[in-house]
Design a protein around this ligand. Structure first.
Ligand code: FES
Length: 130
């Protein structure tokens, strides 16, 4: 069996939503101290819906694929749903990751959570949903 699924390879070779949102409503950056990989997420939010999301990832193939898939999973979705996104859901959507690469999908979950935390910090009037 191939180490990486077709979906992982596709999202690694053709990552969706790469880039920066200059006037983002929330920005989250996380890193993994062991491997040194870094992921940054930018969210544009209107009416409690993620209208746009972009990412920059300096990391391994699984981290790039996880970021790309995570952006696809939350784009156009309500903030409340994005708050619930787990690294397992990202890995499942990629048709799995090798066990020792699961931490790469954790970066995607954490980067989105941090970006949402940043959004809530900028909007104290909003009630955090999770
Ligand atoms: Fe560190 Fe993949 S090896 S995020």
């Amino acid at each position: 069996m191939a180490l990486y699924s077709e979906k992982v390879m596709d999202h690694f070779r053709h990552p969706r939503n790469v880039g920066v949102i200059e006037d983002a409503d929330g920005v989250g950056e996380v890193g993994n101290a062991k491997c040194g990989d870094i992921m940054k997420m930018y969210l544009k939010i209107e009416d409690d819906v993620i209208r746009d999301v972009k990412f920059e990832t300096f990391g391994c193939a699984s981290a790039v694929a996880s970021s790309s898939m995570a952006t696809e999973l939350i784009k156009g979705r309500p903030v409340s749903e994005a708050m619930q996104l787990t690294n397992r859901a990202v890995a499942e959507a990629l048709d799995g990751l090798p066990a020792y690469k699961m931490h790469c999908s954790v970066l995607a979950e954490e980067a989105i959570r941090n970006a949402l935390d940043d959004y809530y910090a900028r909007h104290p009037e909003k009630e955090k949903e999770a």
